[in-house]
Ligand binder design. Structure first.
Ligand code: PDD
Length: 283
């Protein structure tokens, strides 16, 4: 039986229910994180929880927990569920209060829930690459906040699924922003391009790791926006996220990227990522 985290307690899955007037449920008024576990170790947990506290602060949500508190909480959640390879989802809502758009006054206690899921790394996809589609980015203008409001992302991912693609790469008037649940990259003439980390994309932790790898390996990384045409004409394309890692893209909107094979720089970044898994986990 899975144990679910609800406000500091670990409860059986069938007892893990939330209130009908939780603001996360009524308004999507909350934030979340998703963290990877490799061989029993949390990967880049500090970076994830620093981002979680930033997201909370950007929406005026006071969490009483520090980064270290949150790390111990999810470590316990993983251990209790015997998850040594997989992921941990954790979210915080503004709490339970009669439905009213403005914040409750006085503030109510946030509701923190989380669960751990066991799974293996997506080796087949990492090796062969995946297909993506492109679609208009219809999301709000604070995509830097990892908010529970994911309807735009959900609709984009559903569009991808309908066309047998694993991801939808979104664009605003032809400028690529990011995937529905990943960051997007184009490689041209040896340079890795990715949209600058402003309000239009989530500052991915995997994106940060990729920047570190580029520094280590003297690969030029440019925080520079590019068009859908540039993406389709790139030498190599990949996406990144906590679960997808450095995921090669070999087809966009049904057309091959370059010759349809995974490129050399993407492979180099994947190898660099393996090194970070070994060196950067929090035990
Ligand atoms: N999503 N952009 C969006 C919109 C995302 O939802 C995600 C991750 C990323 C990549 O961020 P990171 O490298 O920190 O995982 C970029 C997670 C995995 C999710 O929603 O489950």
């Amino acid at each position: 039986m899975n144990k679910i985290l609800i406000n500091g307690k670990f409860v059986d899955e069938h007892e893990a229910t939330v209130a009908y007037n939780d603001r996360g449920y009524n308004f999507g008024d909350g934030i979340y994180e998703y963290i990877r576990i490799y061989d029993g170790k949390l990967f880049t947990a500090r970076e994830h929880f620093e981002r979680m506290l930033r997201s909370a602060s950007e929406i005026g949500l006071d969490l009483n927990d520090s980064v270290d508190d949150l790390i111990s909480l999810v470590r316990e959640l993983a251990e209790i569920n015997h998850v040594s390879n997989g992921g941990i989802y954790i979210q915080a809502t503004r709490g339970i209060s009669p439905r009213n758009h403005a914040f409750p006054t006085p503030p109510v206690e946030p509701v923190i829930t989380g669960f751990a899921t066991a799974y293996q790394r997506p080796f087949k996809e990492l090796n062969e690459g995946v297909s993506v589609v492109t679609t208009e980015d219809i999301r709000w203008l604070r995509c830097d906040i990892k908010s529970l409001n994911l309807l735009g992302n959900v609709l984009a991912k559903e569009y991808a699924t309908k066309y047998n693609a694993v991801e939808a790469i979104q664009h605003r008037e032809g400028i690529v922003t990011e995937g529905a649940s990943s960051n997007a990259y184009a490689i041209k003439d040896g340079i890795v391009y990715s949209h600058p980390t402003n309000h239009l994309i989530l500052n991915g932790i995997t994106r940060q790791v990729i920047k570190w790898i580029c520094e280590d390996e003297n690969i030029i990384f440019k925080d520079e926006a590019f068009t859908v045409d540039f993406l389709k004409d790139a030498d190599e394309v990949f996406i990144s996220s906590t679960s997808a890692e450095v995921m090669p893209v070999v087809k966009i909107d049904g057309e091959d990227v370059n010759d349809g094979n995974v490129g050399a720089i993407t492979r180099q970044l994947q190898k660099g990522f393996e090194r970070y898994i070994d060196s950067h986990s929090v035990s």
